[in-house]
Design a binder for this molecule. Structure first.
Ligand SMILES: C[S@@+](CC[C@H](N)C(=O)[O-])C[C@H]1O[C@@H](n2cnc3c(N)ncnc32)[C@H](O)[C@@H]1O
Length: 274
């Protein structure tokens, strides 16, 4: 289904508006990232806009402000994962040359453990689709999150389309049925993630969507998100993996991070093995 949406005539421009999602921009502006560079993965990265943005921008502003100098990009390593091959190909064509951006064609639910810990996992809707998926998908999703995260360290940012928020805005009702969005309730998110993840912050957010891309006119998207960032209400959460023992298990060569010295700088590289 997703592969079809990224093929000619597909609906991918409904959710991919050609610029980083508003909440990712806000995260990059607000969060403190590791000074030596961020190691992150974007689950269901689509055409890679957020991967490119995180790789180029995460930590740049904060590092510069802390040092009281002009921004020099930290050595970020950001991997995007998506199981729709046309999306991954488009991402590689568009952003494959961005320093620290990597794209991997894989099912998130089957991701193996990386060799080095990830600082940040971003999920912009995989979980909401998992909740509508087949029996066992949620367990597979949670298992994958467990494998790729480090207890007490990895932060998870989810931005999922909110059922409560959508129903509260009467303007969405007229187009809601036609769109059949995989909306989620707050209680579903806490039931799914509450065991392994502690909430650091949560609020109503925005999930950018362009209804015209699927031939629907719905003013409510613009009334809620504003003319520059049309969208619908989301559940935005920042969570940290609860402290606990590191899981056993074979470390994969799918991704590896290592330190290299380039000139006088120590750089961390996340290498995706294709
Ligand atoms: C609604 S799109 C969002 C894309 C992108 N995150 C964005 O916000 O523009 C959901 C994406 O998740 C991908 N996806 C859904 N389930 C997945 C899974 N189990 N493994 C890998 N990718 C998945 C789809 O192929 C699709 O690109």
């Amino acid at each position: 289904m997703w592969t079809r949406e990224y093929s000619p005539g597909g609906a991918w421009q409904f959710w991919s508006l050609g610029r980083p999602k508003k909440e990712i921009v806000r995260l990059v502006e607000d969060a403190s990232f590791p000074a030596d560079g961020l190691s992150a993965v974007v689950l269901g990265c689509g055409v890679g806009v957020e991967v490119d943005y995180l790789a180029r921008r995460a930590g740049a502003g904060a590092a510069a402000a802390a040092a009281g100098m002009a921004a020099r990009a930290p050595a970020n390593c950001v991997a995007g994962v998506d199981f729709a091959l046309p999306a991954v190909q488009r991402a590689r064509d568009s952003y494959g040359a961005t320093d620290g951006a990597f794209f991997h064609h894989a099912d998130v639910l089957r991701l193996p453990a990386p060799r080095a810990p990830l600082d940040l996992v971003v999920d912009n809707t995989v979980l909401q689709n998992v909740l509508r998926g087949e029996d066992g998908d949620l367990d597979r999703y949670l298992g994958a999150l467990r494998r790729i995260s480090l207890p007490g360290h990895t932060v998870l940012n989810v931005n999922l389309m909110s059922q409560e928020g959508f129903l509260q805005q009467p303007g969405f009702a007229e187009c809601g049925e036609a769109l059949n969005l995989p909306l989620v309730r707050a209680e579903q998110i806490s039931a799914a993630l509450g065991g392994d993840w502690e909430v650091l912050d949560q609020r109503e957010g925005l999930y950018d969507l362009s209804p015209e891309a699927v031939g629907i006119e719905c003013e409510a998207f613009y009334e809620f998100g504003g003319s520059a960032t049309p969208g619908i209400p989301s559940h935005w959460l920042l969570l940290r993996r609860r402290a606990g023992p590191e899981p056993d298990g074979e470390k994969s060569t799918l991704w590896q991070a290592s330190w290299r010295t380039v000139g006088r700088q120590r750089l961390r590289w996340l290498i995706i093995v294709r």
